[in-house]
Every structure is written in structure tokens, then in C-alpha cells.
Ligand binder design. Sequence first.
Ligand SMILES: [Zn+2]
Length: 397
Amino acid sequence: MKYVVVIGDGMADYPQEELEGKTPLQKAETPNMDRIARKGACGLLKTVPEGMEAGSDVANLSIMGYDPHEYYTGRGPLEAASMGAELSREEVAFRCNLINTEEGLLSDFNAGHISTAEASEIIEYLNQSFHQYGKFYLGTSYRHLFVSPKKEAADLQSIPPHDVVGEPLSQHLLKPEDDKLARELNQLMDQSHAKLENHPVNQKRSREGQKTANMIWLWGQGLKPQMPSFKEKYGLKGATITGVDLIKGLGVYLGLTNIKVPGATGYYDTDYCGKANYALDALEEHDLVFIHVEAPDEAGHAGDLEEKIRAIERIDKRILGKLWKELPQHHDFAMAILPDHFTPLSVQTHTPEPVPYAMFKSGGLKDEVDSYHEFSVEKGSQGLLEGYLFLKNFLEY
Ligand SMILES: [Zn+2]
């Protein structure tokens, strides 16, 4: 049996006035998602446990079959793993966004989707300017890493920048603000603004009318997590396909192979067909592949209804469609489709309600649900499940 789990990041949403009360998943043309629902079984999944933030890290850790309450230490260390930054037991990895600030407000959490090539010059400059604080690592686009040698940094409170767009930076610094280390790192963020404002990369971006990367934002920090491998826990050889460091990093700690797809960008322009083709290849050597697509989440954060629908339709046609066509020719297979969390257009950030899932298995159970969206699955045979139990359910149902 070969298993594929397709994760449309942030795909779930609320009913839209522009869509006459339908959600993007209801509105989008999704014959392949609907087929999974029609031929298989559906349910709702609580990917974000009570009391935890609705982050992609927590939600995807759940989907991969690990209880976040037991294993989650923060987003930073997951991204560190994907960037090849080995953490000692003392070191604390922060996610380091390149952001844009104007007049003391956080005006853009992604610095106008700065290119990785431009970001690389800035990260190098930050390492030259601020080596006394720790080390910066280059990631992708606006998503980078900062590693502090001070273990106590793990206990500070930090805020995801995409949650406070348009708000004054001074209200969302690392806390408690009277803590010595928090003060030091808040000073680092402040100084980065002074240094980056006139950096050549930013001068050029300004001239071209693009948002500048004129500050760093540190958040999502944590110590290295200790987790049993996927093979130990589930007895299967697994792989991930994603354009996002966070998901790659989860895979590293779980011993999953990260399959590199040249055109996987973590954005609207990602190579959907490439992801499907590489997944099919990977299944020759692996038992299970997680295919993660970031685009619907980005559209949710941007409040862009059209892009969200387009991303959902592309997942359906180019990934699920391809898999449905190819897989049955060679294997008994099982396939699941789900988002990790909601990223509602009206909220423009993640929300923690249970997500809809549909799964199909050759010769497996079939229920009464005949389409896939937020409401159809409520009638599904699988009911409401804790997120980390999904994988077991998918393997055994
Ligand atoms: Zn997500």
C-alpha cells in the first residue's frame, strides 16, 4: 500500500458574501477532492490542540501523527533543521522574518516577498553587523533564522509578525520587557532597522517601488525537540515535498526524506505538476509522502479570494488529478486531502477550528459524504478526531 497526504495549507475558510455564502473550497472546481470524499471517508480534525497557537508547525506536526503537547518546542528549531543549522542543547533558534516598517508600524510581515538572492545579501550583512548577538542563517524569501547561544531565550514570549500587521511594533516586542535578554534582543531588532534602512538592496527596492526589508523580526523560538522517528513510530518510510522550511524541518526531526522539487517556491507560483511527479517517483522508494502546498495560506494572509480559489483548483487538478491518474496503474494506494488549519480571508491569519478531511483507500471504507468542503464532512463517518490521531486513522481505517 502506498500513502499520500496532500496538505493545502490554510485552505479552509468561512462563507464569503462575494460567493453567495459559499466558502472558497465550496466554490472552487474540485472534482478530485470530491472524488476522494465520494469514494472514501470524511471527518473533522482538531489539528490545533486546546491552548496552543494555530501555527502551521503545530498543525502539521499533528497531521504527521505527533501530539504537539508532547513534542512541540517552537517553530524556530524546525526551520533550523531544514536549513542544516545543527542546534546544541543550549542554543535557541528564532524564526527571523525580514519585515517592512513605516513610522513605527509593522507595515509588511514579508518585506514585499523579497527574493532569496536579495535576502542573502541582507543576511550576510546582518552576520557582519551583529555577530555578538548570535548567528543568522539564510532561508527562503523573507523567512530566515537567528540562533541565540542563550538557553533562557526559549522562555521569552514572542509574537508572529503576520498577526500584528498595521500595529505599532513597540507593543509587540519580546516580553517580559524588563528581562535582560529580552531587552538585548529587542535592541537587536531596533538596531537592525537603523542598519538596514539604507542598505543597497533596499535602496534598489525603493527605487523600483517595492517594499523594503528594513527590519528583522524575531519570533517562534525554541530549543531542539526530541522526537521518535516516523519509521520507529509508524513503521513506514516517509517523505515530504514542500517549499516551506518549517515542514522540511519537521521532516528532518522525524527522519522523513525531503524530496527537492526545483520549482517548489512556497508561493502562488509553485510548481504543482512538479510536486505530483516527484511524489510519484518518491513512492517507488517510500511508503508515504506528505505533499504540502503553501499557496492557499498565502492567499488567505493576503485576503485574496481569487488566488485562494485558484490555488485550491490547482491542487485539485495538477496534484490530485495526476495522482488519481497514475497511482492506480501501479499500486494499491490511499490518499488524503486536508488543510492544516483555517486561514480565513476575512481574518487574514490562522484560526484553530477543526479542519475538514477526506481520505480514500483501495478497498477501504466509504461513507455518505459526496463532496469535500468545510460543511459536507460534518456528516462523515469519522466524526471529530484529535489531530495527532489522524495518521493512525488514515493508515488503519
Ligand atoms: Zn499552515
